[in-house]
Design a protein around this ligand. Sequence first.
Ligand SMILES: N[C@@H](CCC(=O)N[C@@H](CS)C(=O)NCC(=O)O)C(=O)O
Length: 282
Amino acid sequence: MTEIETISEQRCHGGTQGFYRHHSESCGGPMRFALYQPPQAASEVCPVLYYLAGLTCTEETATIKAGAQRLASELGLILVMPDTSPRNTGFDGATGDWEFGEGAGFYVDATQAPWSSRFRMHSYVVDELPALIAEHFPADRERSGIMGHSMGGHGALTIALKHPGRYRSVSAFAPIVAPTQVPWGEKALPRYLGEDTSAWAAYDACELVRRQTFDGTILIDQGEADGFLSTQLKPELFDQACAEGGQSLVLRRHAGYDHSYYFISTFIDDHLRHHASALGRP
Ligand SMILES: N[C@@H](CCC(=O)N[C@@H](CS)C(=O)NCC(=O)O)C(=O)O
């Protein structure tokens, strides 16, 4: 059995909020994640909802700020919130820029040195973490959903689209939907994946959804007062790509809401219910 170290465990809404650390093969070093077990986990296996956070975030950010545990407890969902990248890599340029490197893994498997030895968040989230969680927690691997915010929304959409059948539900808050066309992606993707733009397209939700739809409706919430809306996020591009690809999408725009966790915590319940109904927890 792969070992995990418990950093902390605390009672929360009748269940347990934990923080854990383990050695990751994919990321070549220690990784941390947060996991919430609802009360139902004491007596049955529960469906799992993965939440991928955005730039500058850690496994603590959404755990503390999203307010997801109260309804997850009621619905019987396990919540998994991984860190956004490996840490303490020592690579030149890995820290000091919030848009690249540590805290900005972009949920890709890097192919360029030195990043390729540690920055393999795609494999980590899709394969290694679910296997680890099924080993250590009462988690039903057959019932998984995935969601995320901003860079994590990009992660959730691309992962769900690239692995048909693996996730029963997907949603996002203010996702980066077209990283090949916006400054965040144009900065990070060449450094992780090289100059060949076809390698970037494999991690672009707009490109992916034109070729392979997700079996289910994708839910996206976007604040109209989000400072990144017109430069980095451009949800209209995904709306158009979904129309072209025949993908069912609910894109909700909310006047006055920005990019922050005040926005996320306002609408998190709608996302949990979206996932719960697909995961057999209506
Ligand atoms: N550091 C950036 C903001 C980065 C940012 O907004 N990050 C989002 C994800 S893309 C976030 O969730 N931050 C953590 C938080 O709000 O607690 C800035 O100063 O403009």
